[in-house]
Design a binder for this molecule. Structure first.
Ligand code: TYD
Ligand code: MG
Length: 460
């Protein structure tokens, strides 16, 4: 078959392909991101891959004609992992798991493999990063493995495909996509065309053999999976494993899911013998909340379908000289500046000469607008040195005229607060009607931030 080699330029950020070098990428508008790579235009391979993904026939069918198996999903042994995937592992899907180095991606998937093989599911774990001995050392910390789990240290996708055909696994794990090598592309491992080609090959394995493929990918400093962002378009599901490497908890977050809702999160804790699920993250996040301290208030955020309570802390101090300093950890600093301007102008709290430091305790990152009211209340509390009672929780979006606006799922938020023993909820007035079960909990509806401030002032 005729094949032709030519030089192509790729954008490192988004994978945009161009015949000539350009200073700015026309697709993502990033500067200086083009790199040169040699690609082989092979007509045969492109034909083969398109036939593979459709699954064989090229006849059009009606939806009712398509047969689905009853057990399209299987449990991973981790309820948190299953929920993030939308209710279990979907057969024949391609899942990308991204995360910083050392965060625990290999450990997580090794444990999922262990659980699956304990249930007699055939699993093949392919590592291009570690030797068999290194994997064994890690596996020893996690527990005993059943014989239906097979290991392979290989980077050549041809040999991996052979091994898949021989072992016939139901689940294949590739650790990591940046080390894999497909002969269709001449570029170095980890380069954009190589990663793209390797993913296309894995997609073919997943769709034709009905094998679930988990692909581990490294994350760049900017926080996206290294290589092209087109990788995210190719796979069915993208999960990110994140968390503070120095804290023990880790969060698995789905950012794209063809088979479930996105933004769903699962919480794990890293211990000496691997990862453990955290069944009640709210309790975990509120652990160590100071008693009788001003500037601290509990807020309720909804991540995916699950409400999580987090403590918002604020420290407002007089600026010693010059321009006030504002920092935020775990939330957007621009949002904090905006809320402080709203407090100054609409509520009349003088903050122009104050430094402010906002922190979401526990290291969670929350960027939901429903956190606004909690941030505003924490700032007022610290500025006035007024302690917010321990059994108070709040949520609500704050608009530019100081109004408190409706947020999604008020019912679930109130229910979570109730479950953890909170007595008072400060929430948007317009959301009050949506909450019917109010037994044992006081709901304080506020229409604007001034009313929330009044309530705090009256608080004993
Ligand atoms: P790893 O899974 O190798 O990370 P990744 O594949 O994302 O690069 O995780 C390695 C880290 O986890 C390492 O710092 C050691 C730590 N760890 C534990 O704390 N406990 C354990 O039981 C295991 C297996 C690892
Ligand atoms: Mg690893």
């Amino acid at each position: 078959m005729a094949s032709k080699k030519n030089l192509v330029f790729f954008c490192k950020e988004c994978g945009y392909e161009s015949a000539k070098w350009q200073g700015q990428c026309p697709a993502c508008h990033e500067w200086n991101t083009f790199t040169e790579e040699a690609v082989e235009k092979n007509t045969r391979s492109s034909k083969k891959s398109s036939a593979g993904i459709t699954g064989g026939t090229n006849e059009a069918v009606t939806i009712s004609e398509i047969a689905t198996d009853t057990d399209e999903r299987m449990g991973s042994g981790f309820a948190e992992f299953d929920r993030v995937l939308g209710g279990g592992i979907v057969r024949g899907s391609l899942v990308l798991v991204g995360g910083d180095p050392g965060i625990g991606k290999s450990t997580l998937l090794l444990q999922v493999c262990k659980n699956l093989s304990d249930g007699n599911v055939n699993v093949l774990y392919v590592s291009g990063e570690e030797s068999l001995r290194q994997i064994k050392l890690r596996a020893d910390r996690v527990g005993d493995f059943a014989s239906s789990m097979k290991l392979l240290c290989e980077t050549d996708l041809d040999l991996i495909t052979d091994s898949v055909n021989k072992e016939k696994p139901a689940v294949l794990v590739i650790d990591s996509i940046q080390t894999m090598y497909a002969k269709e592309s001449d570029s170095a491992c980890g380069s954009i065309s190589q990663v793209r080609e390797a993913t296309a090959r894995l997609m073919q394995i997943a769709k034709t053999g009905n094998v679930t493929v988990f692909v581990i990918g490294h994350v760049t400093r900017e926080g996206t999976v290294a290589g092209p962002r087109t990788l995210e378009h190719m796979v069915d599901t993208v999960l990110y494993f994140e968390g503070d490497r120095y804290a023990s908890y880790r969060i698995l977050r789905s950012v794209k899911n063809r088979f479930g809702s996105t933004n769903e999160i699962g919480v794990f804790e890293m211990g000496n013998d691997g990862l453990k699920e955290v069944a009640n993250p709210s309790e975990y996040m509120l652990n160590g909340k100071p008693k009788n301290a001003s500037g601290s208030v509990v807020a309720c955020s909804v991540e995916g379908t699950r409400p999580i309570l987090v403590e918002i802390q604020a420290l407002v101090a007089q600026t010693a000289f010059g321009i006030p300093r504002r920092t935020a950890a775990g939330c957007d600093v621009n949002r904090v500046n905006l809320l402080m301007a709203v407090l100054e102008k609409r509520v009349g709290v003088p903050l122009y000469d104050c430094d402010a430091y906002i922190n979401v305790a526990g290291g969670m990152k929350v960027n939901e607008p429903a956190m606004d009211l909690a941030i505003a209340i924490a700032v007022i509390s610290s500025k006035k040195d007024k302690v917010i009672r321990d059994d108070v929780i709040c949520f609500g979006e704050v608009g530019l005229s100081g109004e408190v606006r409706a947020v999604s799922q008020p019912k679930a938020r109130v229910a979570e607060a109730k479950k953890l023993g909170f007595k008072t909820v400060i929430m948007p007035l317009v959301c009050l009607d949506a909450v019917s079960d109010t037994e044992g909990i006081e709901l304080v509806g506020v229409a604007n931030v001034r009313q929330a401030e009044d309530y705090i002032n009256r608080m004993s």
